[in-house]
Design a protein around this ligand. Structure first.
Ligand SMILES: NC(=O)c1ccc[n+]([C@@H]2O[C@H](COP(=O)([O-])OP(=O)(O)OC[C@H]3O[C@@H](n4cnc5c(N)ncnc54)[C@H](O)[C@@H]3O)[C@@H](O)[C@H]2O)c1
Ligand SMILES: [Zn+2]
Length: 362
């Protein structure tokens, strides 16, 4: 098993850490225990859907290296990324007597990573934490990079911190139970890395849509590792999103966030909205003469093959524009988009006019 695992390093000086990608690795606790070392108190923060399965196996494994292990279960779903749930976790940590030498281990998808990570970042002015992501989206994106936080009513990810984990353990076998729709939504973020950053990876994805959809372990491992390598490299260069480099990871997200917001966050999963957003961004890039129609078709074909949606209904252009202006990536009310220029390359483009943006929405 160990020979088939891949380790990716996130180079951040004294906060450097490793991402371990393998299969069947949450059992036994060896890898997590070794990397965290002897800890006096480990607190597993677990998504309720997988609390009795993966999270309990992680907690069991930690018993070998932690003097004490407790588990806090968080209700599954985005609504848990709120101040009430954070407040509950703070008070539970206090009740459990967690000291500054305690370590939080977040087991679940992006919701648990963001919430559990922010609880760790803020409790006792910050205690260590580790991530055990169990959704495809969290394995290729949210568990790496140190962004943690919660939502305010009407404002996603509005309160948070940069708090890097000590270690990320990715066990691809946990994806076996992920609902198909969630799995496919996660593939949108995978395609994002290919189109925006890595032409060879895009070729690989196109050649492996079948094995990917079948969740073939060796293909999953390779794909997840490549995404983590990219995210790690970008985070190492631009940890706090100040140079514009990290912004490339937002390919498809300006349109995507507007789609999510206009549809009340209930109709599309995040990855589905990102897929629609990438289709719109590529159309805009074609109109601006940055890519040709062959590349536009190529991206559409890949997204289609993976079962990712096209916009199911017409989205009101003016409402989309207004939502995009409110997007965090809009600078001084002007529209900015991450747009592809060729396979494996995308840039942040300023000064797109309303008419140009509207022309892909109609
Ligand atoms: N911090 C970042 O950099 C970053 C990046 C992207 C997204 N995010 C955040 O991530 C969140 C979305 O993450 P997500 O897509 O993982 O959603 P999620 O955490 O809500 O998980 C999706 C669903 O899958 C279930 N689940 C988790 N693991 C499972 C498994 N192995 N088998 C079966 N079911 C399982 C969960 O209970 C939930 O119902 C959003 O809140 C988003 O803001 C953060
Ligand atoms: Zn995303």
């Amino acid at each position: 098993m160990a020979s088939e695992s891949i380790t990716v390093r996130v180079s951040l000086a004294e906060r450097a850490y490793e991402i371990h990608i393998g299969s069947g690795t949450i059992d036994g606790g060896t890898i997590l225990g070794e990397r965290l070392g002897r800890v006096p108190h480990a607190i597993v923060i677990a998504d309720s859907r997988i609390a009795d399965s993966y999270a309990s196996r992680v907690a069991h494994g930690l018993a070998g290296t932690a003097d004490r292990v407790d588990t806090l279960v968080v209700p599954s779903g985005e609504s848990s990324k709120c101040v009430a749930e954070l407040n509950r976790l703070w008070n539970e940590l206090l009740r459990l007597g967690a000291g500054r030498d305690a370590c939080v281990v977040a087991v679940g998808g992006g919701v648990i990573g963001d919430l559990g990570g922010f609880a760790a970042a803020s409790y006792a002015r910050g205690i260590p934490f580790a991530q055990v992501p169990t959704t495809l989206l969290s394995q290729v994106d949210s568990s790496v990079g140190g962004k943690v936080g919660i939502n305010l009513p009407g404002a996603k990810n509005m309160v948070g911190a940069f708090w890097q984990p000590r270690f990320v353990l990715i066990d691809t076998s946990t994806l076996a139970t992920l609902p198909r729709r969630e799995f496919i939504a996660g593939l949108a973020e995978v395609v994002k890395y290919g189109v925006a950053l890595d032409a060879a990876f895009l070729d690989f994805l196109e050649a492996n849509t079948g094995p990917l959809l079948d969740r073939e372990p060796s293909v999953l491992r390779r794909v997840i590792a490549r995404c983590c390598e990219w995210k790690a490299a970008i985070v190492a260069e631009d940890e706090r999103e100040t140079t514009g480099l990290r912004a490339v990871l937002n390919y498809g997200h300006t349109f995507g966030h507007a789609v999510e917001s206009l549809t009340g966050y209930g109709e599309y999963l995040h990855g589905e909205a990102v897929a629609i957003g990438m289709r719109l961004a590529a159309r805009l890039a074609a109109i601006l003469g940055r890519i040709d129609s062959a590349f536009l078709d190529r991206q559409d074909r890949l997204l289609d093959a993976l079962g990712l949606p096209r916009a199911a209904r017409r989205l009101e252009p003016d409402a989309m524009l207004a939502a995009m202006r409110g997007d965090k990536k809009a600078s001084r009310g002007r529209l900015r988009f991450v747009l592809p220029s060729r396979s494996g390359r995308a840039e942040l483009v300023d000064g797109v006019t309303d008419d140009q943006a509207r022309s892909v929405l109609g």
